[in-house]
Write a protein that binds this ligand. Structure first.
Ligand SMILES: CC(C)(COP(=O)(O)OP(=O)(O)OC[C@H]1O[C@@H](n2cnc3c(N)ncnc32)[C@H](O)[C@@H]1OP(=O)(O)O)[C@@H](O)C(=O)NCCC(=O)NCCS
Length: 160
């Protein structure tokens, strides 16, 4: 499969574009199927929050087949805080994995961040998801000499 074209819909190749509210259910379904939804992260609240901060950097990939409605097959939630760029919720539909779409979503994230003058992209991989480390290594990502710390400010659920 050819990699997604970020700018235009090429027949058979997913198109990468900003998220639209109508994408909410398919996006949450993709995240659930990809193992990215955890009890302490309400995906609907995560989407609502992202729509208030750099919504144009919340990317979806949609695939169109002749005669069928376009469907969401990938996501990347990108952000730039003025010092570092971040990518969360990177996911590709299981039926399209291994075809270059994950790489294309990350390339588009990097392009948009560079366009904004972002000097470095950071991302976090859950310790239970080490299988994905080889994917990031292929794209040039290396572990930082840093320990990731977090502090929850808004609990999303009683499990938080
Ligand atoms: C991670 C994910 C987005 C990768 O998407 P993808 O479309 O399958 O990735 P690509 O096809 O673009 O792969 C890019 C490169 O990484 C390699 N790669 C992808 N997944 C890999 C894996 N699990 N193990 C080893 N290599 C992998 C590919 O072989 C390819 O290598 P090459 O271009 O050098 O030949 C996808 O597997 C996914 O959605 N996983 C579940 C959600 C997840 O874990 N997200 C990351 C959260 S941190």
């Amino acid at each position: 499969m050819s990699a997604a074209d970020p700018q235009s819909a090429t027949a058979g190749s997913p198109r990468i574009r900003p998220f639209a509210v109508a994408d909410t259910e398919p996006v949450v379904a993709l995240w659930r199927a990809s193992g990215l939804v955890k009890p302490w992260n309400d995906p609907y609240r995560d989407i609502e929050r992202k729509l208030t901060v750099q919504p144009e950097l919340f990317l979806v990939a949609e695939a169109s087949a002749a005669g069928a409605a376009a469907r969401v097959v990938g996501t990347a939630m990108v952000g730039y805080d003025g010092h570092r760029g971040w990518v969360n919720y990177l996911a590709v539909d299981v039926s399209l994995r291994g075809g270059g779409l994950g790489r294309a979503l990350m390339a588009e994230a990097e392009r948009l961040l560079l366009e904004r003058g972002c000097p470095k992209l950071n991302l976090q991989v859950r310790s239970t998801n080490t299988a994905v480390l080889e994917f990031y290594a292929r794209l040039g990502y290396v572990p930082d000499e840093a320990v990731s710390l977090g502090k929850r400010l808004i609990p999303d659920s009683l499990d938080a």
